[in-house]
Design a protein around this ligand. Structure first.
Ligand code: NAP
Length: 283
C-alpha cells in the first residue's frame, strides 16, 4: 500500500506562523514573551537542542536567554538560579535542558520550577492536571505527536492506539492524551510479552523506546499511523526506532526521523511559552 509521510517540518512551519501572530498581539499589549533555558555542562547533543530552541524563539519573536553553567555547579546553586527565575516577571518560561550531571537530582530541579513557568510540562502539578483532564502546560513531545496524528485527517476516537514506552516525558503523557481523545490505549514497555503481536493491533502506533531501528513491518498493522519518536545518534547519524524502509508499504502514514516529531516538540515549546506569557498577564 502507499505510505504517506507526515511531515513535521511542514506542519511546524504552519503552526509557527500563527505563533508569530500571537507574539505580535502580546507585544502590542506590552507583554514580551520570554523563555530562559538553563544548560549545564557541555554535552554536544544538549548544545544542539538548546541552539535549535533559541533559533526557533528568534524566528517567532520570543525573547530567549540561555544561561550556561559549569558542569561542576552544585545542586544548591542551580536551585538558587531557578528561584531567581521564578521571581523574575520578564521570564515566562523556564526550561532546564536534560540530562543533568549525575550529582544533581533532575527531579528536585524540575519540582522547583514554578508550575506556571514550566514550559516543558514536566512538573508534577502539570502532570497531575493532564491526568485530571485539565491540561495547562502539557509536555511538548506528546502534544506534538497528537497534532501530527490529527494532521492526517483521521479521527483518533475509537481507534486502538498502541504506545511503546512509558516514560514520564513521552509514553505516559501521550497515552493519557490519546485516551482523552477517546482512543483505546495499550501501553507497552520492556517487560511486555509478545510486543510484535500487540503492536500489530494498533491502528495508531507510537514508538518511544530509544532502541534504534528495532521496529520492523512485523510490528505494524496494515494502514496504521506510525509515529516514530525515537532519536538515537549512531555513527553520527540520527536514527529512529522504526525501520523506515520496512514500514513503508505497510503503514498508512509514518513520521520520518529526522523531520517528524523533533520539529513539533520545539513548536509546542513555543506554544507553551506563549500560553505562559498570556496567563501571566491575567494572574
Ligand atoms: P526512556 O525514558 O528511556 O523510556 C524508554 C521506554 O521504552 C521505557 O518505558 C522502556 O520500558 C521502553 N523500552 C525500552 N526497550 C524496550 C523494548 N525492547 N521493548 C519495549 N519497550 C521498551 O526514553 P524517552 O525519554 O521516553 O525517549 C524515548 C525515545 O524518544 C528516545 O530515543 C529519545 O531520544 C526520543 N525522544 C525524542 C524527542 C523528540 O523531540 N524527537 C523527545 C523526547 C524523546 P521500561 O519502562 O520497562 O524500561
Amino acid at each position: 500500500m502507499e505510505t504517506k509521510i507526515i511531515d513535521g517540518r511542514v506542519l511546524s512551519d504552519q503552526l509557527r506562523k500563527s505563533i508569530k501572530q500571537k507574539v505580535c498581539e502580546l507585544r502590542q499589549n506590552n507583554i514580551m514573551p520570554g523563555l530562559t533555558v538553563i544548560l549545564v555542562g557541555d554535552d554536544p547533543a544538549s548544545q544542539i537542542y538548546v541552539r535549535n530552541k533559541k533559533r526557533a524563539c528568534e524566528q517567532v519573536g520570543i525573547n530567549s536567554n540561555v544561561i550556561r553553567l559549569d558542569n561542576n555547579i552544585t545542586e544548591y546553586e542551580l536551585l538558587g538560579k531557578i528561584h531567581d527565575l521564578n521571581e523574575d516577571p520578564s521570564v515566562h518560561g523556564i526550561l532546564v535542558q536534560l540530562p543533568l550531571p549525575s550529582h544533581i537530582s533532575s527531579e528536585r530541579i524540575i519540582n522547583t520550577i514554578d508550575p506556571s513557568k514550566d514550559v516543558d510540562g514536566f512538573h508534577p502539578v502539570n502532570a497531575g492536571k493532564l491526568l485530571a483532564g485539565q491540561p495547562y502546560l502539557a509536555p511538548c513531545t506528546p502534544r506534538g505527536i497528537i497534532k501530527l496524528i490529527e494532521s492526517t485527517g483521521e479521527d483518533i476516537s475509537g481507534k486502538h492506539a498502541v504506545v511503546i514506552g512509558r516514560s514520564n516525558i513521552v509514553g505516559k503523557p501521550v497515552s493519557i492524551m490519546l485516551l482523552q481523545k477517546n482512543a483505546t490505549v495499550t501501553i507497552c514497555h520492556s517487560k511486555t510479552i509478545e510486543l510484535d503481536k500487540i503492536a500489530r493491533q494498533g491502528d495508531i502506533l507510537v514508538v518511544a523506546m530509544g532502541r534504534p531501528q528495532s521496529i520492523t513491518d512485523k510490528y505494524i498493522k496494515t494502514g496504521a499511523i506510525v509515529i516514530d519518536v525515537g532519536t538515537s545518534r549512531v555513527n553520527g547519524k540520527l536514527l529512529g526506532d522504526v525501520v523506515f524502509q520496512a514500514a513503508k508499504g505497510k503503514a498508512g502514514w509514518i513520521t520520518p526521523v529526522p523531520g517528524g516529531v523533533g520539529p513539533m516538540t520545539i513548536t509546542m515549546l513555543l506554544e507553551n511559552t506563549i500560553l505562559a506569557a498570556q496567563s501571566s498577564s491575567v494572574l
